[in-house]
Design a protein around this ligand. Structure first.
Ligand code: B12
Ligand code: SF4
Ligand code: SF4
Length: 361
């Protein structure tokens, strides 16, 4: 069995869905698209994306001594139950369990040790996912982990779909690199049609300024008023452009318990309770081990206020499909008023007032 076959088999035995090998050459053609994306202002407030695009597209600079990269994907998909009802916010599937950065790094270290043991090599390897200056989309697309869908996500072969993380183990052994995978979206552009904010500005380009995922996770400011309604019930991230994708019609479930909803916050958050988190310390205690820590208390409460406003609008216009008792609704309005009176942050106060204004008596 070749070295590559062994790597692929051992990675599969650890639960990784797809594994390919990347060569450490500069991603020169990908850099052109990346720079164009930046020039159009699509990176919004993510200043780290603007820093040194050449470095991001130079995998050979990332870890001196490495000779190849084992590029893997792993499913984070779990079935989403029906919403428990009014005032619950939707959590994107990638975030329902434990923080993937730590989980994947640990699994990749285990893979490195397994490779060393089974192949009788002393492999030095560095594991990464979504945490270093590497254009992972361009890199994994070039070496056939999947193909880049029109929603820009990597869609894996054999109906493994796009509900997958992408990660890399840079190793100091040379392994034959893989070529591009020739998948295609064909004539489909369902993701573009379904995106509530028209963030997929053209096939293969997402303008983060408009993307709910950006607005609720990376954005450090308020949510622009004209986009608040479009968030619907998404309190953290957004999966719409994946839910409508035909390649996700039978997604494989995650192989790891860490990504299951029981391990983290789950698929839905009861939003009025978030208003009781009054300090950063309390917030950390509740969310530290999950991806929801990223926007901090300020960001997550901002999102919750917008979704509560949308829920109040729905309830008071009879658009909520499940019956909600009047006293429950009035209690939410009271909690919002209390929050607006006690909160020190002007941005959050403004969002709370907006939410209250969405309730039509
Ligand atoms: C910044 C970022 C974001 C931003 C910007 C997203 C974007 N599309 O650029 C925001 C906050 C919006 C975001 C959202 C999400 N993200 Co994000 N994000 C990243 C990050 C850190 C960088 C992405 C990047 O480089 N963007 C720059 C642009 C230029 O790249 P791109 O457009 O995606 O490039 C592709 C296409 O444009 C196309 N392409 C190539 N050449 C050309 C040429 C032309 C002319 C055209 C038109 C297209 C094209 O192929 C490229 C490769 O796929 C990566 C991790 C990393 N370090 O790479 C994770 C990453 C992309 N995110 C990920 C995830 C899971 C998400 C969400 C699904 C989370 C959620 N549920 O809320 C959403 C999906 C939204 C979407 N449709 O993109 C995963 C995706 C895994 C996968 N299977 O693809 C990644 C890889 C993290 C990881 N390591 O697993 N994300
Ligand atoms: S994540 Fe949501 S808002 Fe962003 S591009 Fe996809 S559908 Fe549009
Ligand atoms: S919904 Fe259609 S166009 Fe969009 S990524 Fe999936 S297959 Fe491609």
């Amino acid at each position: 069995m070749s070295l590559k076959q062994s790597v692929v088999e051992l990675a599969a035995s650890k639960g990784f869905s797809n594994t390919v090998i990347g060569a450490l050459e500069p991603l020169s053609s990908e850099l052109v698209h990346y720079k164009d994306w930046l020039d159009r202002g699509y990176s919004a407030g993510m200043d780290y994306m603007k820093r040194n695009p050449e470095q991001r597209t130079s995998p050979q600079l990332l870890y001196p001594g490495s000779r190849s990269a084992i590029i893997v994907s792993v499913s984070y998909y779990t079935e989403k139950p029906e919403s428990p009802g009014a005032f619950y916010g939707n959590v994107a599937r990638y975030a329902v369990g434990l923080d993937y950065h730590a989980v994947i790094r640990r699994k990749l270290r285990e893979l490195r040790d397994l490779l060393s043991e089974k192949l009788s090599l002393n492999i030095v390897g560095k594991p990464f996912t979504d945490s270093v200056a590497l254009y992972e989309q361009g890199f994994s697309n070039r070496h056939g982990l999947g193909f880049a869908g029109k929603n820009t996500l990597i869609i894996g072969p054999k109906l493994s779909g796009s509900y997958n993380f992408v990660a890399e183990l840079f190793v100091d052994v040379e392994i034959e690199a893989d070529e591009k995978y020739n998948g295609t979206c064909g004539q489909c552009f369902r993701c573009g049609a379904a995106c509530p904010t028209d963030a997929i500005v053209e096939p293969g380009s997402v303008n983060a300024n408009l993307c709910i995922s950006y607005l609720t996770i990376e954005n450090k400011e308020g949510i622009p008023i004209e986009l608040r309604e479009k968030l619907g019930s998404w309190v953290f991230g957004c999966d719409i452009c994946q839910e409508v994708c035909p390649y996700n019609s039978r997604p494989p479930e995650t192989p790891w318990s860490e990504f299951r909803p029981e391990s983290g916050v789950g698929h839905y958050l009861y939003l009025p309770d978030l208003l009781d988190i009054s300090t950063d310390e309390e917030f950390r205690k509740r969310f530290e081990t999950t991806p929801l820590r990223r926007p901090k208390r300020r960001g997550l409460l901002r999102n919750a206020l917008v979704v509560l406003g949308n829920e109040l609008f729905k309830v008071s216009n009879g658009e909520q499909t499940k019956t909600v008792a009047d006293d429950v609704v009035l209690n939410v309005v009271r909690r919002l008023k209390r929050f607006a009176d006690a909160e020190q942050d002007p941005m959050l106060v403004e969002h709370a007032q907006w939410a209250i204004s969405r309730y039509v008596d």
